[in-house]
Design a protein. Structure first.
Length: 46
């Protein structure tokens, strides 16, 4: 298992994909899965 690397705080916004819409969400999820990365999505209704 790889050691955890601390993330800079705040996390650089340029590294956070825009997952607005189903196509973008699916693309971001697929890319995270391919990179074995943690995928977190936040939904907002406004």
């Amino acid at each position: 298992m790889l050691p955890m690397q601390p993330l800079p705080a705040p996390y650089p916004c340029g590294l956070i994909p825009d997952a607005t819409g189903m196509d973008a969400f699916n693309t971001a999820y697929r890319q995270a899965k391919q990179q074995h990365a943690v995928f977190v999505a936040v939904e907002r209704q406004g």
